[in-house]
Design a binder for this molecule. Structure first.
Ligand code: SER
Length: 668
């Protein structure tokens, strides 16, 4: 079955069950400074999971583009990718475990309306309970799964594993339903309960795994001892593939570390489209699904090498190019910081692996090999997707950006490698005999400051520097090297939470008081800038942390000191007027007609959430939009009255690019 057929069936299946289908959000999260990329379907929906009413109702579903940079190093096996599509459905305080598990099971197994998987190949996990938080074992899901399997004539035995370790010690034991601890069956953006910050929602989850069988086609056992004594659903040997995760989001962490129930019981489901397609093909290699087919053929033609003999390299190139295509489509360009750095890392890594396969020249067209691969992906997605995810409008820009980056990289590659040789030469590098393996690491004397210089001057991703060292059989104390390197990078970075440090892993949205105050101040500041500089000023980007707000806006020149002072004065004046901040739900068109600010190029659903500030008499029932001081499309969160903000101070205003300025303000 093709992946677009599965995507279509999923959305139709949930639509038929009362879900509103919402568009995929951008890979670049809006108004969320704590994460660089959208890594799961629920990320843009956090306010609604926390209880804010969603304009379109309590049941949603979509196919969300996701990018998980933390998986870069995992790419190369048969199932990890950095970019993927997550099929998701949500219940905001509506249906719960009973329907969620039944529907997903029906979707997976139905031959006409779903993925048509054989239920005998499905294994499920549930939450084993957690003594530390007192959150109990998920008996309800276990019972429900028993019923569902029984309906298919399968007697589903329950096996309790306290932990993954226990799973590998005990093995399957004829089980069908397995319980695991918080490490495996609890989901929040921050991971386990102990990692969650106050205010963060989370809950027990129930995962479904597809069993590709104990043996490969030629009869070799899939499980190897390096993965543990015995295989079990959460084993990494490759026999089982997780294809869906139903999170029962009904808890919130409190400031004192305990857990309280949210006002509503939510369902947050996410399943990897590519993985479900692999299961539907009964082939554990997700790179064998239709989405990769043409791109893989192009890469074979470009390199004259076969996928079968170069699986790891092919997978890395295919994954990285596909991710780059979607990231560029969403407005990210290669650079040395933040998101731009990630895309640079992906592209340069793909180029290096491509070089290794002999893919420097374009053989099938006059484009570079990797641009031809990108083109194959663009064509595939355009054919498969009615909306094309913005790839049609951006196809030329995507290919241009890629060619540009490749050219740039090739020019600097030579020079950079020379410099790298120099720093390695100047370093005190001890070689160790290969037979001693990785265990004994030589003391690395390669100066991280110098390595950082290479990174900065030549745009060599850290991993590339690391790989180049390894190619020369120079063994380094990687951890130390990376630590120093990260510390050095930190000093040079604007974004404090960075990709390379992997800090944004869970993608924590911050709903702290400070951030909320700055969020509302951000709206006031946009309006103040329009007042001082002219109504043509538009927001071009935003980033809010608990320490400061940052806004990119379109404007031709540098702001004078007087203009900055005036903008600051206006914001503080609006704060002292203590204007009510009101959230309303409107039809998108109506909101646009009212002139509500929204970010250019962003897709919005048919009904949108809008925040208005003022007039003084505004109430949710009677917001008085025509007299509002500020009106913006926004998901929140915001203070209820501007007086709660306190006082702000503009601390910096600078250029970002031609016609775009960046301004920062803090709370005083
Ligand atoms: N948020 C959950 C996940 O990412 C389910 O959608 O797995």
């Amino acid at each position: 079955m093709t992946s677009s057929e599965i995507r279509k069936r999923f959305l139709e299946f949930y639509k038929a069950r009362g879900h509103v289908i919402i568009p995929s959000a951008s890979l670049v999260p809006e108004n969320d400074s704590t994460t660089l990329f959208t890594g799961s379907g629920m990320q843009p929906l956090v306010p609604y999971l926390l209880g804010q009413p969603y304009p379109e109702g309590k049941r949603l579903a979509n196919a969300q583009k996701c990018f998980r940079a933390e998986d870069i190093d995992e790419v190369g096996d048969n199932r990890h990718t950095t970019f993927f599509e997550m099929l998701g459905n949500w219940s905001f305080g509506d249906y719960f475990k009973h329907d969620q598990l039944a529907w997903f099971f029906e979707f997976l197994t139905d031959k006409e309306k779903g993925a048509g998987l054989d239920p005998k190949n499905l294994y499920v996990t549930v939450f084993a309970g957690d003594a530390a938080t007192g959150i109990p074992r998920d008996e309800e899901s276990t019972e429900r799964w028993k019923e569902l399997f029984a309906q298919k004539g399968i007697e589903a035995k329950y096996v309790d594993f306290g932990s993954e370790k226990e799973g590998s010690e005990k093995g399957m034991q004829g089980g069908r339903i397995f319980s695991y601890d918080v490490k495996k069956n609890w989901w929040s953006r921050a991971g386990a309960p102990s990692n969650m910050p106050a205010g963060e929602p989370g809950g027990p989850d129930s995962e479904v795994f597809y069993d590709f069988g104990e043996f490969t086609a030629d009869g070799t056992p899939v499980h190897k001892l390096e993965f543990g004594a015995h295989c079990h659903p959460n084993c990494d040997c490759g026999r089982f593939l997780e294809i869906g995760n139903s999170v029962f989001m009904e808890y919130k962490k409190s400031a004192d570390g305990s857990f309280e129930k949210l006002a509503q019981r939510n369902v947050d489901f996410g399943g990897g489209l590519e993985r479900i397609a692999a299961a539907a093909n009964n082939d554990p290699d997700i790179f064998n699904i239709d989405i990769f087919e043409n791109a893989r053929k192009v890469l074979e033609a470009e390199t004259g090498k076969s996928y079968g003999e170069n699986e790891k390299e092919f997978r890395i190139i295919l994954d990285h190019i596909r991710a780059a295509v979607f990231l560029i489509a969403d407005g990210v360009s290669p650079s040395n910081v933040g998101r731009g750095y990630l895309i640079r890392r992906l592209l340069r890594r793909a180029i290096r692996f491509g070089d290794g396969l002999g893919a420097t020249q374009g053989k099938t067209s006059n484009q570079s090999s990797l641009s031809s691969v990108a083109q194959a992906f663009i064509e595939k997605y355009l054919a498969a997707y009615p909306q094309g995810h913005g790839l049609a409008e951006h196809a030329n820009r995507i290919l241009d950006e890629m060619e540009k980056e490749e050219k740039k990289f090739r020019v600097t590659l030579k020079e950079g490698l020379k410099e790298l040789e120099k720093i390695m030469g100047s370093g005190h590098v001890s070689m160790i005999p290969p037979e001693q393996g990785d265990k004994i690491l030589a003391v690395n004397e390669v100066d991280p400051v110098k390595a950082f210089f290479i990174y900065q001057t030549y745009g060599f991703p850290f991993e590339l520097i690391e790989e180049e060292l390894a190619r020369r059989l120079i063994f380094v104390d990687k951890e130390k090297f990376k630590k120093l390197f990260d510390a050095e990078m930190e000093k040079h970075r604007d974004l404090s939470r960075t990709a390379s440090a992997g800090v944004f892993k869970g993608g924590l949205a911050d709903h702290s008081e400070q951030t909320t105050r700055l969020h509302t101040a951000h709206h006031l500041l946009l309006k103040a800038l329009q007042t001082v500089l002219g109504p043509e000023v538009k927001q071009r980007g935003s980033n809010i942390t608990s320490e400061r707000l940052r806004m990119d806006f379109s404007y031709g020149g540098k702001m004078t000191d007087e203009q900055k002072k005036e903008a600051e004065r206006i914001v503080n004046e609006k704060i002292s007027e203590d204007l009510p901040v009101v959230r309303s739900e409107l039809a998108r068109e109506a909101a646009e007609k009212l002139g509500a600010e929204h970010e250019f190029g962003q897709k919005y659903p048919d009904r949108v959430s809008v925040y208005s500030i003022g007039p003084k008499s505004a109430t949710p029932a009677n917001p008085g939009f025509e007299k509002a001081y500020s009106l913006e499309f926004c998901g929140g969160p915001h203070v209820a009255h501007t007086g709660e903000i306190g006082k702000i101070k503009i601390i910096k205003e600078e250029a970002v690019s031609a016609g775009v300025r960046r301004i920062r303000a803090i709370l005083e």
